[in-house]
Design a protein around this ligand. Structure first.
Ligand code: FAD
Length: 400
């Protein structure tokens, strides 16, 4: 197994780095310390710049506008985006609904949706979770009843991230209430402007608006907006969730936070000198560095296995990446919050001492350290909670 980068891959890394440096708008770069706080227009602007370069849909087949990169190139690309940091290409579009449409959609759906999914002209959100259906997703109750050429949809989705920015929602609905719970589900695309769709904000513990409740009251959705076969939606959802987990470790994000924590610690005085020289702080940085190295090697091993298997199926080992990656994101957010100290608690701009000479992105990192830390607690819940990942690892990898 070869885990080192080739010279060509290292050249590619430089190309990506230079593109981000030369093209990321200054107004977005200034928010870099608060990677979770880009607003919808920041995400759209950067996504469109990547799309114009042909880089928005890094793992899509070339016939649908993918760049034709290897798995290692894709990994390098994401690492550079996250480490910069810059907004990620919108995962709901690129990692989730796009691959479902090009794998299971009709020719008309591919033609109508794929270019707009790729370019973010259609921003999609994910309508899977419901009150009472999270880890046990197949328990979902939102119903879709066929009336002529439409489905009439009634129910409620919850925790729907970015629904307030979205133009469309890919949604799991129950089309056969009498079938076994996994067998009566369909996958439909809902225009968020359809009468009967109501979006209500849920403010998360960081005080921000990331998630929503979405209410669906007699929402008429044309049957042609169902992807794949009726009652086979569970298969498409499993395919989608496997894709969601690959790349979710966000090694680059934690690496960027570690660099930032070290930079800030250079400026921070504690009782007997700089924080950066404190043995306890240095030990924590090294522990994080070791964890990140292990995660990176695990990600490359999984990529190497996928390259050899080449069957397009998600690897259950991606659950290891999700589990450990989410924990590492929390650890790195905690480290930055600790270095930021009381100013990180401000939530708003207060006294900037001792940070008055900081670059703007470092300053936003200090001021956003605690909200970022709070939001990072959700990383072990969304995309499949940690306990669920452990169940997958024990069954599919350890064979219990
Ligand atoms: C910030 C955030 C953003 C989100 N964005 C979206 C989104 O855009 N779209 C969407 O559809 N959903 C989204 N979700 C929902 C997310 O997918 C669910 O919260 C998650 O699947 C857990 O479901 P639940 O909240 O119902 O918790 P539950 O499933 O009720 O779990 C509660 C606890 O029980 C544990 N548990 C459950 N089942 C088992 C088991 N079999 N074995 C051991 N332990 C178990 C869980 O690990 C957890 O600790 C988001 C959630 C958050 C927090």
């Amino acid at each position: 197994m070869d885990l080192s980068y080739t010279p060509a891959e290292l050249v590619f890394r430089e190309e990506v780095r230079a593109f981000i440096r030369d093209n990321l708008p200054e107004s977005i770069r200034a928010k870099a310390g608060l990677s979770a706080y880009y607003d919808g227009s920041d995400v759209r602007t950067w996504h469109k710049l990547l799309d114009a370069k042909g880089w928005a849909a890094s793992h899509w087949p070339m016939e649908y506008g993918g760049p034709g990169w290897s798995a290692v190139q894709r990994y390098i690309f994401m690492e550079e985006i996250l480490q910069a940091p810059a907004p990620e290409p919108l995962s709901f579009n690129i990692n989730m609904v796009g691959p479902v449409v090009y794998t299971f959609g009709s020719p008309e759906q591919k033609e109508r949706f794929l270019p707009k999914i790729r370019s973010l002209d259609y921003w999609f959100c994910q309508g899977f979770s419901e009150p009472g259906a999270g880890s046990d997703l197949a328990a979902l109750r939102t119903s879709a009843v066929r009336e002529g050429d439409d489905y009439v949809i009634n129910g409620q989705k919850i925790w729907t991230s970015t629904a307030h920015d979205a133009d469309w929602m890919f949604c799991l609905v129950r089309t056969d209430p009498s079938a076994k719970k996994q067998e009566g589900i369909s996958f439909v695309l809902i225009d968020m402007k359809t009468p009967g769709v109501t979006v209500r904000p849920i403010i998360t513990i960081d005080g921000e608006h990331h998630t929503n409740e979405v209410f669906l009251d007699n929402v008429r959705v044309p049957v042609v907006n169902r992807v794949g076969e009726e009652n086979k939606g569970w298969d498409y959802a499993k395919f989608l969730l496997g894709n969601e987990r690959t790349g979710i470790a966000r090694v680059g994000l934690s690496k960027g936070r570690l660099q930032r924590a070290r930079r800030l610690a250079e400026l921070s005085e504690v009782l007997d000198g700089k924080l950066s020289e404190d043995p306890f702080f240095r030990r924590r940085c090294i522990e994080l560095e070791i964890e990140l190295k292990a995660l990176e090697v695990t990600a490359l091993r999984i990529i190497d296995r996928q390259r050899k298997r080449n069957d397009g199926k998600p690897d259950p080992a991606s659950s290891i990446l999700k589990l450990r990656g989410a924990e590492t994101q929390q650890f790195s957010a905690e480290l930055v919050a600790e270095v930021a100290g009381p100013l990180g608690l401000a939530f708003t701009h207060g006294s900037k001492a001792p940070w008055q000479d900081l670059a703007e992105d470092d300053l936003t990192a200090v001021l956003g350290a605690v909200p970022n830390y709070f939001l990072s607690r959700a990383a072990t819940i969304y995309g499949g909670a940690s306990e669920v990942q452990k169940n997958i690892i024990s069954k599919a990898i350890l064979g219990f």
